[in-house]
Ligand binder design. Structure first.
Ligand code: SAH
Length: 456
């Protein structure tokens, strides 16, 4: 892209219409074709923008004055959920959020010249308090240990007690844990000095089981006062079934370290999904919105149109949630997953549910798929549910070489989805039916969807 002359400078103010919303949920204003990304401004609004930062081909701005409000604006929220990025889309009313997600996918597909329709986003009836997992940084502010969330694009902690999209029982537990840490004068991690003990508190709660896991992520190997801290957490929070210390000694933004010490209780908690029981360990991925996950997997299975005699691959299988929910509809499922603890959980989950036709392999999906292809495995259906970075060309090649009739792509990032769909189309597959967005992450900019690919 040619380098544009910036028609604005820092601290300038101007009036503009907001014409679009970025993937990060920022309003877009244009001044002489030069985009200015404005926090907390939504399409259809007219605002006085104050320029906060100028780069060579775009600038950032803030709303100095809202001159004309969009009917889609939701004024019924606490602003910290926007400024911290907990719920960056909460300034949009929910129907507008669902529309936004559908449109985002449409635009990304169009950019790749992919001809496909996108269905209306399936939303939640009550799109708040849904997250079954919290991961909150612990820092010291004015001499006091605080838990909360970072201000957007920074590492400055904003103390918070109501996280809006988390299970309210998790929010309550976080306050209780914070107060116990304060009571025993445990020190908070200091990122600049790489000092202090408590880095992060993670809490997970089973939606059906109400079992809670508390993970205290520490910089130091030792957690001072561990016995009393554990005792108090147990007494105050009877739902807690597992208390784990995770040690992360590194100077890093990665939240969890490699070592887990179970301080009390079980190594895992249990929850139910589509009638199956799952063990969930501290390092395992587990969908954060159990209510819509059930819809997502039911739909994915329906779209795969399973008849009972299929060989299926579940790439990126996690703790086996997709594999195990489809196992009873097929002959054999092969799963591959990169996190060792998750593979252990998946095997145990198969046993626990009496499911005998699954096989879980530890490895990189992109390597294992090539191996399976070389071994002559002939799956009828392949499910892929990759992390945000999507698939690799090797994986797509391996998958298409095996010539499955169907590939069901569950995506949490429409940008990489569009890129990958293009590759599948080149390799002789076409999109069958509309792309179906399912709102796994209400109030946030994250977009989950299901796409079915069928061999030409
Ligand atoms: N299908 C599962 C997990 C989806 S999340 C569910 O819905 O619960 C994506 C999973 O891919 C995570 O478990 C992550 O650990 C795993 N993963 C990430 N990179 C991988 C890779 N290169 N190969 C295999 N698995 C990978």
């Amino acid at each position: 892209m040619s380098k544009k002359y910036a028609p604005v400078k820092k601290n300038d103010q101007f009036e503009a219409d907001i014409i679009d919303l970025t993937y990060q949920g920022m309003g877009v204003a244009k001044i002489e074709d030069f985009p200015v990304f404005v926090a907390n401004a939504i399409p259809g609004e007219k605002v006085r923008v104050g320029v906060t930062k100028v780069a060579s081909s775009y600038a950032f701005g803030r709303v100095v004055k809202l001159l004309q409000e969009s009917p889609d604006r939701n004024n019924d929220i606490d602003n910290t959920v926007i400024t911290t990025g907990i719920a960056p889309l909460a300034n949009l009313k929910y129907p507008a959020q669902l529309k936004y997600k559908q449109t985002q996918i449409e635009q990304l597909l169009k950019k790749q010249h992919i001809d496909a329709t996108v269905a209306e986003t399936l939303g939640m009836e009550n799109p708040v308090g849904y997250r079954n997992k919290a991961q909150v940084p612990v820092r010291e502010i004015k001499g006091q240990l605080e838990t909360g969330f970072y201000r957007r694009n920074s590492h400055n902690l904003v103390p918070i007690e109501d996280y809006f999209i988390q299970d309210p029982e998790i929010d309550k537990a976080l306050v209780v844990i914070r107060d116990i840490l304060r009571k025993y004068h445990l020190s908070a991690y200091d990122e600049n000095e790489h000092r202090g003990v408590l880095r992060t508190v993670m809490v997970r709660r089973g939606y059906y089981s109400h079992e809670m896991m508390v993970v205290l992520v520490t910089r130091s190997k030792k957690l001072p006062m561990d016995t009393v801290v554990v005792d108090e957490i147990r007494k105050a929070l009877p739902e807690v079934k597992s208390i784990v210390q995770n040690v992360n000694p590194d100077k890093t933004n990665v939240i969890m370290g490699e070592t887990n010490n179970v301080l009390w209780g079980n190594k895992v908690i249990f929850d139910t999904l589509l009638g199956l029981k799952f063990a969930i360990g501290p390092n395992s991925f587990y969908q954060v919105n159990p209510q819509t996950t059930e819809k997502l997997y039911t739909l994915a299975a329906e779209k795969a149109d399973l008849k009972g005699d299929e060989i299926v691959i579940d790439a990126y299988s996690g703790i086996g949630t997709i594999s195990l929910t489809i196992a009873k509809h097929v002959k054999q499922v092969y799963g591959v997953e990169i996190v060792p603890g998750a593979v252990d959980d998946a095997k145990r989950n198969a046993d626990m549910n009496g499911i005998k036709n699954t096989k879980f392999v530890l490895g990189k999906a992109e390597e294992q798929m090539v191996k399976w292809a070389a071994e002559g495995l002939k799956p009828d259906v392949i499910f892929v549910d990759p992390p945000r970075k999507g698939l690799t060309p090797e994986l797509i090649e391996a998958a298409t070489t095996m010539q499955p009739k169907k590939i069901v792509y569950v995506s949490c990032n429409p940008a990489t989805l569009a890129r990958d769909l293009d590759e599948f189309i080149l390799a002789g597959y076409h999109i069958d039916g509309p792309v179906q967005p399912v709102d796994q992450f209400p109030q946030t900019t994250h977009i989950e969807s299901i796409t079915v690919l069928v061999k030409d």
